[in-house]
Design a protein around this ligand. Structure first.
Ligand SMILES: [Zn+2]
Length: 113
């Protein structure tokens, strides 16, 4: 799971998990783990949003209680910050999700295993 979070094959850690941003390699070139078969399409964006909200909301609360920035300033700072954090975290969360699914052997479809 931590290998996946670092963008490596969760099974062997030898190869890249993504062939491009968020595009998962179908089969690991080293250990031939069927990485592309894991149904990780829906959970990572949701998990990423939850993480980002938990990171940002405390910052907003602290700022509101200390410097009390005007509302428009919140929007200018935190909307781009939330977007950037989401983009940075999404591959990490997706890699970790695939690593977790690989561990749990949850695969898309039933192919006789
Ligand atoms: Zn591998």
């Amino acid at each position: 799971m931590f290998r996946g979070a670092k963008g490596r094959c969760p099974s062997c850690g030898e190869t890249k998990l993504f062939s491009s941003y968020l595009r998962v390699v179908p089969v690991c070139a080293v250990c031939s783990a069927p990485l592309g078969t894991y149904p990780s399409d829906d959970a990572p964006p949701y998990i990423t949003m939850v993480i980002v909200l938990h990171l940002i909301i405390p910052i907003i609360v602290v700022l509101e209680e200390t410097v009390q920035p005007p509302f428009w300033l919140d929007g200018i700072i935190f909307l781009p910050l939330a977007a950037i954090l989401t983009l940075l975290l999404l591959p990490v969360v997706k890699g970790a999700t695939i690593g977790l699914l690989l561990r749990l052997q949850v695969q898309r479809g039933q192919d006789g295993h």
